[in-house]
Ligand binder design. Sequence first.
Ligand SMILES: Nc1nc2c(ncn2[C@@H]2O[C@H](COP(=O)(O)OP(=O)(O)O)[C@@H](O)[C@H]2O)c(=O)[nH]1
Ligand SMILES: [Mg+2]
Ligand SMILES: [Zn+2]
Length: 305
Amino acid sequence: MRGQVVFRSSRNVTVLADGNSYRCEFAGRLRKKGRNPVVVGDWVEFDVSGDVAGVAEGRVISVEERKAWISRRRDVGKGRELILAANIDQIACVFSVGFPRIKFGALDRLLIAASFREIPSFVILNKIDLGISDEIEQRLEIYPQIGIDVIRTSATSGDGLDQLAERLAGQAILLTGPSGVGKSSLIAKVLGIDIRISEVSAHNEKGKHTTTAVTWHPAADGSAIIDTPGFRDWALWGLAPGQIAASMPDLAAVMNDCHFRDCSHRTEPNCAVKAAVEEGDIHPLRYRSYLGILESVLERQERDR
Ligand SMILES: Nc1nc2c(ncn2[C@@H]2O[C@H](COP(=O)(O)OP(=O)(O)O)[C@@H](O)[C@H]2O)c(=O)[nH]1
Ligand SMILES: [Mg+2]
Ligand SMILES: [Zn+2]
């Protein structure tokens, strides 16, 4: 049978086929093949092996070629890729006002990860019921100018949820962002389903995130929203230092005019990126993000050596 992986734990995957769920293990040879043998969103071929206590069971035999996927470096250990999900159409980078505070460096990183994989992305600013400060509004203005939409939502009041629902329209949208920004709450509200929501304790300033695994939530007309666990630090995977600027639309627009083809846009003379920053065509904060991200990619490259 053919189905799509909607959930993955360390041992099993849940495959959805014709509206039914099958808990599947994957064949040994698939395990050996790579470090991300089966991921959420994959289309797979599987055999049904039986029924255990009302749960249909099976075994994945093969995985179809992935169309679009998003990955980051695993939090622990060195040099390993974590593919969050495959066959997605859009990535929503979710942040919030209030707690946790929006970190623009982290937002820029997510946008780079999406752009690197050529997946369209947009920003969701959630918890607007708490009020948006002028400082945040001003910084958010940068994004529409570089072609990235920002939608403002509140899972609590329902504001902006129609805009998120509109974007679904047959699309598979993956929500990513730090723990506690309201990803699961938004999905629960938009799809009208029950998802366990974590309580952010202002006391120790830590969100106890209950979303521990990526989950594909199918919706009407073939669309889907994909919930992902929060992360502490999104480390980019697969980008060479030279590919960072190319994955930032505002920098990419001018970098071909740099004097040196391999310009790192730091100290080189006749750098078109630096000139654009000085002329106000690239926002200084985006340039600062670039420098920080470049630094961390170089650092990791050094450590992995
Ligand atoms: N004030 C406010 N709180 C929200 C909103 N959305 C989610 N929360 C709260 O934020 C916390 C984290 O929500 P959750 O959906 O688990 O975040 P996730 O970790 O990103 O999935 C919970 O306590 C939610 O009730 C919102 O729009 N406004
Ligand atoms: Mg969650
Ligand atoms: Zn340059």
